[in-house]
Design a protein around this ligand. Sequence first.
Ligand code: ATP
Ligand code: MG
Length: 202
Amino acid sequence: MSRRIGVMGGTFDPIHHGHLVAAEEARWQFDLDTVVFVPTGQPWQKPVGVSPAEDRYQMTVIATASNPAFTVSRLEIDHQGPTYTVDTLRRLRAEQPEGTRLFFITGADAVLQILTWKEPDQVLALSEFIAATRPGFDLDSLVNQVPGAAGRVHRVDIPALAISSSDVRGRVARGAPIQYLVPDGVARYIQKHRLYRGPAGG
Ligand code: ATP
Ligand code: MG
C-alpha cells in the first residue's frame, strides 16, 4: 500500500493540545503512517511578535517526542525568507517515493487561508486536506467557498478544544495557568526561557 503522510503546518507559538489532538485524530482516522509537523520560518502573515523559530521548533519537538508516528521538520525554519505551503508540499513530495499520498492537516480556520494563498490549484493537486473542526468556525461553509476543494478536503471531527496559541500567550503574560492546555514539557520550556512575558504576550 502506498505511504500516507500527514503534514501539519503552523506557527506553533506555542504548540498546544488542540494541535496534538487534531494531528492524532487525523492519523488514526486516515490511517497515516506519519504526521510531520512543520513549524513556520518567518511567517509574513504574522510578522510581529512571533517567537524565535528555534524556540518554536524545540517546543514542537518536546510536545511530539512521545508519539512514535510524529516527527518535526526543519524545512521551513531553515529556509530564508517567507515560505509558502505550496513550496513546502513540493519539497516534501520530492522526498517521498512515487505514489505517496500527502494530507495537509489544518484547523477549520486555516483551511480557507491556505487554499486561497498562493497557487491554490497546485496546493490542492499536491496534497489532500484534512480539516479539523475547531470551535467557532463553520468548516462546511468555509470549504464551499474554495473552487476545486470538493473531494480533496476531508473533514475530521475532533473533540472540540477551544485552545489557541494566542490565548496561551495571553495567559502567560497575565500569570494565568497554562497547565493542561499545553504538554508539561512545553509549559516548562516556556517558563525556563521566559517566553510570552512581554506586555503584548509576545
Ligand atoms: P494563534 O492563536 O497564534 O493563531 P493557533 O492556536 O491558531 O495560534 P497555529 O499555529 O496558528 O495555532 O495553527 C496551526 C494549525 O493548527 C492551524 O491549521 C490551526 O487551524 C490548527 N489549530 C490550532 N488550534 C486548534 C484547535 N484548538 N483545534 C483544531 N485545530 C487547531
Ligand atoms: Mg491560528
